[in-house]
Design a protein around this ligand. Sequence first.
Ligand code: PMT
Length: 425
Amino acid sequence: MSAQAALATLQGKHIVLGVSGGIAAYKSALLARLLKKAGADIKVVMTQGAHAFITPLTFQALTGNTVHDTLLDADAEAGMGHIELARWADLILIAPATANVIARLAHGHADDLLTTICLASPAPKRLAPAMNQQMWANPIVSANIERLTTFGWELLGPDDGEQACGDIGSGRMLEPEAIVARLLDDTSPSRQISHHNHSGTKVVITAGPTREALDPVRYISNYSSGKMGYALAAAAHAAGAHVTLVSGPVQLMPPAGVKVINVTSAEQMLSAARSESRNADIFISSAAVADFRPQHVAEHKIKKGSDNTTILELIKNPDIVATIAGEYSSLFCVGFAAETQSLLENAGSKLVRKKLDMIVANQVGEGLAFDQDSNAVTLIWHDAQQKLQQRAFPMQPKPQLAHQLIDAIFAHYQAHQDTPSVSVN
Ligand code: PMT
């Protein structure tokens, strides 16, 4: 899409720009200007703290609209200004979002105009955090961010670099140009398609580890927690798909509205995935399937014996995603590639070898991906000319990453289906 065509996608959009009290509030003036230039209608809502950094008059001059900052304003639409603004918004963007406003939003507070509008509005919500790097690294802030992302909030940033306080690290508000670019990406046709046209799509997702029994009390497995796969299932469900999750043993709550089939071993996972995929449209293999299982499963607990070493004979497990891709040629198959080295090269080989439509390259090891709350990946696929294409998704909480991956996968699936009747608005 050309820059000009992209700009048109914010044309006429109603954006509530929430400004909270941080030094980065000065950047919000430029942000308001850029959004207005892109054709959006902006109404600024300031928190009490924001007044210490910037005046309402600045925003009023830049947006041409009255600035709002009072919850109980008798003059604003007969005292129901928050409901009017909540209904008016096509999008709520909070920039900068301080640790304080993030905490209040994460816990459903409605003690000022901005937080109340957020609770009262069904509009999509984005926040651009801005705070000191130690505060951003604080696990309480991380937990609040994760909570917000599970409720559908999307993060824009923060950036790394030098901070107003002199520290260097993560926590700077994303530059206004970058925020606008991300919003334009949100309004791109592929994303519009994915949000509105997947009510009939059937998706099967595998998640978690498999356990391969050695004897009645021992098994071979890995550190997969299932968080990535469960987040994908929740995101696919939120996008309107019918979702079946074939899950290895994990300690997670089943995502609401998703059919979950619990399995233990790779063979059980293959059997469930195979029967569930028969009438499915998309198969996503995020499970960390054990490549091998013990050749013989002892009937009784194996005795230690007197030798210092022992030999385990292992036999290859079936490759679930390759089997499914081979058996159901019309199924859109997406694999993951968990790699500790040569990430993109190895992932590209797996894409070809397993005959997949797309693969999610995932750097693992050294505390990455497995059993973590956040993840960073690169999606790889072949374009119509059979050229390898890739798109990187930066480190972010798994629920948020899952929404972005599902959007991208659904958009490619849609393009693959080549259905001209799909409307793009
Ligand atoms: O569960 P989390 O803690 O949230 O961690 C997420 C994750 C790191 C497990 C996930 O993001 C991930 O990378 N999943 C793939 C793990 C893996 O087994 O990768 P692989 O490169 O070994 O396998 C390649 C692909 O083949 C994968 O899609 C895998 O599901 C599939 N496979 C592998 C072996 C096998 N026998 N059958 C398979 O279907």
